[in-house]
Write a protein that binds this ligand. Structure first.
Ligand SMILES: C[S@@+](CC[C@H](N)C(=O)[O-])C[C@H]1O[C@@H](n2cnc3c(N)ncnc32)[C@H](O)[C@@H]1O
Length: 274
């Protein structure tokens, strides 16, 4: 592999572009990280300079190169039932939500859903806790900026390691075991998969146009790389799609110091719309 240098003026171009596009503020120190992580990609594309890669990145229309860039400098690590304390809290909240419903209809947004573990966990949770689960009209909107992770999420295939922490009951009710060339795969059962609408969506630049509000929003471990201004604006926009009393779930390392007038901390990075 050819080692390609990243000049300061080239790094400045990436910094501006990434900030405008996804709200990630790359500090000067991230130059080495960008160079190190993107070198392989430049080689794969047969490009000889970061300037050439920049020109490619800004015209690549699918947005997948942008997602690839973001994934190179951040992470899309996820898992089933991540942030255990939040699911415990949800157990206590669910009866009130159910009692407040005139129609058996639940709408949830998993924003930054990565490879699907989060939206599917929401369904596994509801399936486990609602005795009349099948009678409910449940839809999860699951969005991400990366088409690659979304394709994985839509397929809903996970290996034994990824499902090892799940109980036998959940494994039995939520998955079909499928034999593949690589061994045994656990695939999310069709009746659960059909309840999730996966969409490519950039939280920073795409408009929030939704017909109805959501019963809850999950945006966990997505904003860690955003700067304060971007985070502030995004949280403000989440408030507009939540009815009074509804929870917003953030990642455990993401706490809010703003929006106190609209969002109240309930614990474990769970905020309630006031
Ligand atoms: C670390 S994963 C978190 C997955 C899941 N929410 C969880 O907590 O396990 C972060 C995801 O956010 C997505 N992401 C990053 N910036 C985004 C943006 N501007 N719009 C939409 N998704 C974004 C990434 O592609 C990645 O899949």
């Amino acid at each position: 592999m050819v080692e390609i240098e990243l000049k300061p003026e080239e790094f400045a171009l990436f910094r501006r572009y990434i900030y405008d596009k996804v709200g990630i503020a790359l500090s000067e120190q991230k130059s080495t990280l960008v160079k190190g992580r993107l070198n392989k990609r430049l080689n794969q594309l047969g490009l000889h300079s970061f300037r050439a890669y920049y020109d490619y990145l800004i015209v690549e229309e699918s947005g997948e190169e942008l997602a690839l860039f973001i994934n190179a400098i951040s992470t899309n690590v996820t898992s089933f039932f991540r942030e255990g304390a939040q699911w415990k809290w949800l157990e206590t909240y669910l009866p009130a939500l159910i009692a407040s419903k005139r129609e058996k209809k639940i709408r949830i947004w998993s924003a930054g859903c990565s490879s699907g573990e989060e939206p599917y966990t929401i369904l596994m949770f509801l399936q486990h806790h609602l005795s009349d689960f099948e009678q409910w009209d449940i839809k999860i909107l699951a969005t991400d900026i990366s088409a690659k992770v979304l394709a994985k999420a839509i397929a809903g295939n996970y290996d034994a390691k990824q499902v090892e922490s799940l109980s036998k009951e959940i494994l039995h009710r939520a998955f079909d075991k499928v034999k593949t060339q690589d061994g045994l795969t656990y695939q999310i059962a069709p009746h659960l998969r059909e309840k999730v609408l996966f969409r490519l969506y950039n939280l920073v630049t795409d408009p929030f146009i939704f017909k109805n509000k959501f019963d809850m929003v999950f945006c966990r471990n997505v904003m860690i790389y955003f700067d304060d201004t971007t985070r502030h604006e995004l949280i403000g926009r989440f408030s507009t799609v939540l009815p009074k009393g509804a929870p917003l779930f953030l990642g455990s390392s993401e706490s809010l110091t703003t929006h106190r007038e609209t969002l109240k901390l309930l614990g474990s990075s769970i905020y309630q719309r006031l």
